[in-house]
Ligand binder design. Structure first.
Ligand code: ADP
Length: 527
């Protein structure tokens, strides 16, 4: 057989893009049915090329059990952006021709961010990753990135576990690669990190994707239909002879993700985004607020498709029977005039947010204005867990390896036939005899193919416990809780004298201790 000929037997297939599992975000992996993997001639750990409006590459991971038989491919917002596709689009998938990267140059994705970080440190977070020039990648310190049977497995994992806390989620753009095409970052790759953002392509880089929003799948679905669809395909509405919506009202308590939702839909629809804040617009000076609104609408039309996001709209447009000043009356009527005048046929959509929908001027809610509503409520337990997953993505979480829980997890894996039966049974026997959590962990680590899965499940269990204990918390509270739990760890190490500002360099064994455990979250909850 001639080398390379092999590839030609395999096809390219089209799969429908679906969102990633929350825990997969930032890992550079895609999941799709084994049937299609066979068709493409790839296995978990291999690299596939993804071709949409752009071309990128990703590592194939095991399919999600629920996706069996479906023609979907799961990928996160970074990969979607890199492939130039959105959820629901079709993407062409093919086995990639990958070369080892000799050199990869990265720059911070955000303008105005200045970072000085050794390339090797970033490299540790991207080992095994396939990249293409222009890709957006996130280097997160969560660990357990997928390695397709690399001989360095254990070593890599060790390195991951020493990543400093708060290194968190740095986003980089791949400025150049040598050689060109799809390259894989390995130990031999030289990774250079430029200190400042450079212009790679003109489009805005998504700051927020749907995967950054927890517990709001209904709201996401609605906003996709009401906003993303008309922005991306105004022709559908034209053809059907119906008016696309001009205004959508998001209502719910503060800190539940209304702003996130508006930003995410703007990013996913590749729309220009302008945010204003109700109270800020209100000006005492005659005509100034109206002038500002006119400018904003002009900017939106010039840059269409656009989204104008008005936070706290109740400050601009309170009910008229409430005490309303002259300014409010003028501003409301200007806003209504501007909305009525929108002729972009769905190319400009105004999203407004309020926590008091009943306090709004009813004139705003007439047809052709804010005539659609989406509730953004307080999350339930499942939602809280999702939000916690999102806000601990960049954190080195450490589960408790308590014997009973670990045995339960192993039993589940046995039932699902996820790993070799013999291996699992032997592990269970050994775990049963273990005398401490540390010993349980050591035993698990010795089964290197099972360990990451058990660890992932234990972390999920840990977040579930925390979700149970945080009834009534909204997204913003949970984000604060995650930060606070990390601070608990830092404070403890400072109190123990292990970290101090005088230290030139934090010793590796201390970095190793920067782990956030369930107990740290509980401690943070007490404050
Ligand atoms: P709102 O606009 O409803 O007042 P925001 O969208 O501004 O709330 O949320 C504030 C912050 O709280 C967000 O930046 C995010 O960190 C966190 N947050 C709020 N809701 C969620 C959510 N549903 N999922 C993930 N994070 C959330």
């Amino acid at each position: 057989m001639i080398f390379g000929k092999d590839e030609e037997r395999y096809e390219k297939i089209k799969l429908r893009v679906a969102e990633a599992l929350k825990r997969d975000v930032g890992r550079g992996i895609v999941r799709f049915d084994r049937k299609f993997q066979k068709q493409l001639g790839v296995e978990p750990g291999d690299i596939v090329e993804l071709i949409g409006d752009r071309t990128t590459a990703a590592i194939v991971a095991n399919p999600h059990p629920d996706d069996r038989g479906l023609d979907i491919i799961r990928m996160d917002g970074y990969i979607r952006r890199n492939a130039g596709v959105s959820i629901g689009d079709y993407v062409t998938v093919a086995k990639a021709e990958v070369q080892e990267a000799k050199k990869v140059t990265l720059a911070p994705a955000q303008k105005g961010v200045f970072i000085q970080i050794p390339g090797d440190m970033v490299k540790q977070n991207l080992l095994g990753r396939p990249v293409v020039k222009g890709d957006l990648v996130v280097a997160s310190s969560r660990g357990e990135t997928y390695y397709g049977g690399s001989p360095f497995d254990e070593l890599l994992r060790g390195l991951f576990e020493t990543m400093p806390l708060g290194f968190g989620e740095l986003k980089f753009v791949v400025v150049s690669t040598n050689p060109k095409g799809v390259v894989q970052i390995t130990y031999n790759t030289e990774v250079e990190v430029l200190p400042q953002a450079v212009e790679v392509r003109e489009e805005a880089i998504p700051e927020v994707t749907y995967e950054d929003i927890g517990g709001l799948s209904d709201a996401i679905q609605k906003i996709r239909e009401m906003v993303e669809l008309p922005l991306k395909h105004p022709e559908l509405f034209e053809r059907l002879g119906i008016e696309p919506p001009k205004g959508v009202l998001l209502y719910g308590p503060p800190g539940t993700g209304k702003t996130l939702l508006a930003k995410a839909v703007a990013n996913e629809a590749n729309a220009h985004f302008i945010a204003i804040n109700g109270p800020e617009v209100m000006s005492k000076f005659y005509g100034e607020s109206e002038e500002r609104l006119r400018e904003i609408f002009k900017e939106a039309e010039e840059n269409a498709p656009s989204i104008i996001f008005i936070d706290e709209i109740d400050a601009i447009a309170p009910k008229r029977e409430e005490v309303v000043g002259e300014v409010e009356k003028r501003v409301v009527s200007q806003l209504l005039t501007l909305m009525d005048g929108l002729k972009g046929r769905g190319k400009v959509i105004v999203i407004a947010a309020t926590n008091r929908p009943d306090a709004l001027d009813p004139a705003l809610r007439r047809p052709g204005r804010f005539d659609r509503e989406i509730e953004v409520g307080v999350p339930d337990k499942k939602g809280r867990k999702e939000i916690l997953q999102i806000h601990t993505r960049g954190m080195p979480l450490e589960p408790d390896y308590d014997r009973e829980t670990v045995l339960k997890v192993l039993k589940e894996l046995l039932k699902k036939k996820a790993f070799d039966e013999e291996v699992l049974k032997k592990l269970m026997e050994r775990v049963e005899k273990a005398r401490s959590d540390d010993e349980v962990k050591e035993i698990l680590k010795s089964a290197s193919e099972v360990y990451p899965e058990v660890r992932t499940r234990l972390i999920e269990g840990m977040l579930e416990r925390i979700a149970e204990k945080t009834h009534g918390f909204v997204g913003a509270d949970l984000a604060a809780l995650a930060r606070e739990a990390a601070m608990v760890v830092l404070r403890r190490l400072i109190n123990e004298g292990k970290i101090s500002p005088e230290h030139e360099k934090i010793p590796p064994e201390v970095l190793q201790e920067l782990r956030v455990r369930k107990a740290d979250f509980y401690e943070a909850l007490k404050m």
